[in-house]
Structure formats: C-alpha cells, structure tokens
Design a protein around this ligand. Structure first.
Ligand SMILES: Cc1cc2nc3c(=O)[nH]c(=O)nc-3n(C[C@H](O)[C@H](O)[C@H](O)COP(=O)(O)O)c2cc1C
Ligand SMILES: CCCCC(=O)C(=O)O
Length: 383
C-alpha cells in the first residue's frame, strides 16, 4: 500500500517520508546518511537547485521521445538504478523487486557485488539490462568468479567503483552500530569474504570493518588491464569527479564513466556531481558516454544533468525508498514518476527529443562555459 492519508505519493520526496516511517531506524540512517558532516549529500541537492532552466517556446512538443540507447542497449528512458548493497534491507524480495521494476520501464539496473540475491535469480527476474558493480577485492580469485557468473547470467557491463578504497566516515552508521540482520547476506561472495557483516560493535559500522578487511585500497590505473583481460564486457568506472581522471580513463579506452561522489557517502567535502559534470564531459570529449548519479530527485534534475552532457542518470536512494514503501510497485512508481516528470519538463522547456537537451537550455555559469566550448567546437553526435 502506497496510499497515505494524503493519497498516493506524488513525488519522490514523499516516498522518502514513507520509507522513513516504515524502516527500522538504523536501516533508515544507513540509507539516508553520508560521510562526516554530510555536506556533500546536501551539496548534490543544492547544485541541482542552483541551475535554472531556459525554456524555449513554439517548438512542437506534441511528442517527446525519451527512448535512447545506453552502452548499445535500447532503453525506455535515460535513467538507471545505481548500484546499492543489500536491497533486502528495503524489502523482502530485495533485488528481484528492483529489476522487475526497472524492467517495466526498460532501464538498466547496476547490481551490486554486495547484492542480497544471487545474480542468477536476479537475471531470471530481469527484463531490462543488468550491469554488475565491482569493488576491488583483495581476493582476485573471488572477483574473477563473480565476473564469470555475471557474464554467464547475461549481464551487459561491469562497473568498477573507484571512490571506495575504504568506506567514508559515516557517523550515523557508527552511532547505530550498523550491522546486517542474520537473514541478509551476500550470496554471490565466497563465505571467506563476508566476515564482520553481522557483528555488532558499539560506535562502529560492520560494513566499514568488512570493507577494511576485504576491499583492496591499492587499486591503481595499471590494475584495469587485469580486469579487462578477464572479461569481454564493457568496463565503466564509477566515482570520477575530475577532468584529469576522466581524460586518463578515456585515454585508457574505458567504455563509460559515472560522475559520482557515492551519494556523499565517501569523501565529505567532495564536489557536487552537477558541479563536476561539465569538466568531465569536456575532458572526455565524446570518447565514451558520461553518466551521473547523486541527488537526482525529480525530472527537472534529470533534464539538467542531460543538458550538461550526461547520457543518462542513475538513481540511488529514491529506488530504496520506493522498495521500502511498497516493494516492486513502489520502486516502479518512483521510476515512473521520474520518467513522467522528465517528459513534462521536456515539453515545458520546448525539447521534443533528448538531442535537443543542450547547455543552451540552462542558466548557470557552468552551462555558459559549456555553451562557449560548443561554439568553439561544434557538437558532433554527442548523443
Ligand atoms: C544504501 C546505499 C548503498 C550503496 N551501496 C553501494 C555499493 O554497494 N556500491 C556502489 O558503487 N555504490 C553504492 N552506493 C552509492 C550509489 O551507487 C550512488 O552512487 C548514490 O546512492 C547516488 O546518490 P543518491 O542516493 O543521492 O541518488 C550506495 C548508496 C546507498 C544509499
Ligand atoms: C561495504 C560497502 C557497502 C556499500 C556501499 O558502498 C555503501 O553503503 O555506500
């Protein structure tokens, strides 16, 4: 039941309130919290608010087409589900509900290496594209097995998270001594790499102790060759925020980048993703698609990110809110709200196609810089 005294939720934010009312406090704080003072969590939202739209008129918007392709797969909208660990914390069906919801809209789901359901079960419930998110485990043999299993299950891309050599200092998790309940596990991992997850310790997050033990912080550019040599899937890097790293990734032939600060959960004080996006887009110069996540809460947010050069945006917490409020139907409604709001925003700003979303549609300093670049260097098939 999503119905409240006020009726069915009409916004993504209303799903947050429903989720908060339904989840145990510690789980809510794990989902909602960020690192340190949470200035980057707030910064992601504020960066969207600062950008205003420059609507154009008299531009026949009787049909707005949201369909596109992402990494070669046709999708119903330029949206996707960001990788998040342990969806069973949000609802009993966990990732099965998530991929069913995403499949209804034909959008990709990035399944976390710390998913609470097996890749095979998730694939059996999916109708949209699945990508697999990886952390760089010390146990490279486990990583290799996980990649093979995902390939066999039909996954379409790998997403290596590069902003997490260790977990950020998440004070809410520490305060609640956050740990997983006994029935939630990481069934895709060898039991040897699942230690600490269920152990409560006051003043400390079990996930942080788990990450310290099993994620290898020595990950460097040269390691990417190892991963590429072991898969035929496209490789996307998640967690890039600077032009320097974006240029280097593009030079190395990376297949996609996600501009992300992990939803403000890693480095407190890191740039907002919307502030970092134009520099990354410029540095990549069309060599690979650029995606964005962090703070996307409405269709106008999606429009703004696309206008600054993102090919698609990924949603984190909003999907968990939908799952927590009403399982698969809740996640589906959250994605549908964002898609419908994007369509409204396109119609009302005079943009009948995704290709018409360019920096000219935005009023902000960054967009002005991007507009000047575009005049120096005419945009060629950016999308
Ligand atoms: C509860 C939770 C768990 C997450 N787990 C992972 C993960 O396992 N791997 C990863 O790369 N990112 C993880 N993220 C980060 C998301 O992929 C994404 O970057 C972030 O949530 C986007 O910001 P948003 O929540 O504001 O949409 C997680 C985020 C949340 C909220
Ligand atoms: C050990 C990783 C936990 C999942 C994660 O990345 C997050 O909570 O943000």
């Amino acid at each position: 039941m999503t119905d409240t005294a006020l009726g069915r939720p009409l916004t993504v934010e209303e799903y947050a309130r429903l989720a908060q009312a339904r989840l145990p406090g510690a789980t809510w704080h794990y989902f909602d919290g960020g690192a340190g003072t949470e200035s980057t969590v707030e910064g992601n939202l504020a960066a969207f608010r600062r950008v205003r739209i420059r609507p154009r008129v008299l531009n026949d918007v009787s049909r707005c087409d949201l369909s596109t392709t992402i990494l070669g797969d046709p999708v119903g909208a330029p949206l996707g589900v960001a990788p998040m660990a342990y969806h069973e914390l949000a609802c009993e069906e966990g990732e099965l509900a998530t991929v069913e919801a995403a499949g209804e809209l034909r959008v990709p789901t990035v399944v976390g290496i710390f998913a609470s359901r097996t890749f095979e079960d998730i694939a059996a419930h999916a109708t949209g594209p699945l990508w697999l998110q990886l952390y760089w485990l010390h146990r490279r043999d486990v990583l290799e097995r996980v990649v093979r299993r995902a390939e066999d299950a039909g996954f379409r891309a790998l997403v290596l998270t590069v902003d997490t050599p260790r977990l950020g200092r998440r004070l809410r998790e520490a305060r609640h001594g956050f740990h997983l309940p006994p029935h939630i596990t990481a069934p895709n991992l060898d039991g040897e790499v699942t230690g600490f997850l269920h152990e409560r310790k006051d003043g400390s997050s079990a996930l942080s102790r788990h990450a310290d033990a099993f994620i290898d912080p020595s990950l460097s550019w040269s390691d990417l060759d190892w991963l590429r040599s072991r898969t035929r899937l496209p490789l996307v890097l998640k967690g890039v925020l600077t032009a320097e790293d974006a240029a280097r990734a593009a030079e190395q032939g990376i297949d996609g980048l996600v501009v992300s600060n992990h939803g403000g959960r890693q480095l407190d004080g890191a740039a907002a993703t919307m502030d970092a996006l134009p520099d990354v887009v410029r540095a990549v110069a069309g060599r690979c698609p650029v995606f964005l996540d962090g703070g996307v809460r409405s269709g106008t947010d999606v429009l703004k990110a696309l206008a600054l050069g993102a090919q698609a945006v990924f949603l984190g917490r909003p999907v968990l809110w939908g799952l927590a409020a009403n399982g698969e139907a809740g996640a589906r409604h959250v994605l549908t709200l964002l898609r419908d709001e994007l369509e409204d925003a396109m119609a009302l700003s005079g943009c009948p196609s995704l290709a018409s979303l360019t920096p000219e549609r935005l009023d902000c300093e960054r967009a002005a810089a991007a507009r000047n670049d575009a005049h120096d260097d005419p945009p060629e098939g950016r999308r």
